[in-house]
Design a protein around this ligand. Structure first.
Ligand SMILES: O=C(O)CCC(=O)C(=O)O
Ligand SMILES: [Fe+2]
Length: 284
């Protein structure tokens, strides 16, 4: 499931500053960015890298990224890169509020009321990434990001005006006309893209489907995007909600500890929604 929202509570000026600050970070000389590489980074919560899991990929994705995990304001302002820390922190806070509101609506729609501590457990890990896709001389030979779904609860995504984000039409029935097709999500000024992640698919016993998406490269201009990921705390137990299982008559997913799910996710190259196999109960 994937949607775009305009009335999201994040000021348009902040969205503009985020894109500018992503460009300022990625246009730094390589040695200034390299200080954030794994093993060198001043904090384990900041990571600069390329592609997704380079050691597992046959071909690297055409992108660099910086990932900033939130622990508290003080750490963020101390360790996140100067080029983007203030705007990234403000965006993370506003996006988290939006996610909380959306989760409440989605749960309500399932007839479920989660208590504060459960919501905190499900959305407790938060991070802002900045992705940079350099212009590519041969876009037909590369991918920006391979097809995948995000593993967490909900992703709030800012894309710039270049375009190139595609989402796969899931469709509930085999006769849905465009089921399986890839739809481009054209950029809309001031809008944010919302992606449902695997965690909500498991929790809802498959009622909410995580959005399978990918990004193509272009040869004209570089592109930036800025996702906020909300994910469960590593020790959180993820399992279909009992109220939904009762209605459905069976559980489609087994119980997983989120850190195991994450380890499996990062242990494989992007491969569509294969990530969910880790938790799926195969019917006989
Ligand atoms: O760049 C984009 O529009 C999407 C990036 C993405 O899917 C991700 O970082 O998980
Ligand atoms: Fe994604």
């Amino acid at each position: 499931m994937e949607l775009r929202v305009l009335n999201h509570g994040v000021p348009v000026e902040l969205l503009e500053s985020l894109k500018d600050s992503a460009h300022s970070f990625f246009s730094l000389p390589p040695e200034k960015k390299a200080i954030y590489l794994t093993g060198l980074s001043p904090s384990p919560l900041i990571k600069y890298g390329t592609s997704f899991v380079p050691e597992k990929e046959k071909a690297l994705e055409w992108k660099d990224y910086i990932s900033m995990v939130y622990s508290n304001d003080e750490d963020a302002l101390q360790y996140w890169p100067n080029q983007c820390k203030e705007v990234a922190l403000e965006y993370l806070k506003l996006a988290s509020k939006l996610v909380k509101d959306l989760v409440e609506i989605l749960m309500d729609n399932l007839g479920v009321k989660l208590d504060e501590s459960k919501i905190e457990g499900l959305l407790g890990m938060r991070m802002v990434n900045m992705n940079y896709y350099p212009a590519c001389p041969n876009p037909e030979l590369t991918v920006g990001v391979g097809r995948h779904s995000d593993m967490g609860a909900i992703t709030v995504l800012l894309q710039d005006g270049i375009g190139g984000l595609y989402v796969k039409v899931e469709g509930d029935n085999d006769d849905d006309t465009n089921k399986g097709e890839w739809l481009e999500i054209p950029p809309i000024h001031g809008a944010l893209v919302i992606n449902i992640g695997d965690t909500l698919q498991i929790l809802s016993n498959g009622k909410y489907k995580s959005a399978e998406h990918r990004v193509r490269t272009t040869n004209t201009q570089s592109r930036v995007s800025v996702p906020v990921f909300t994910l469960p705390n590593p020790t959180e137990v993820i399992v279909p909600l009992p109220e939904v299982v009762k209605k459905d008559g069976l559980a489609r997913y087994r119980q997983v500890i989120f850190q195991d799910y994450m380890k499996n996710f990062f242990g494989n190259a992007h491969a569509g929604k294969k990530s969910l196999d880790f938790a799926t109960i195969k019917s006989a």
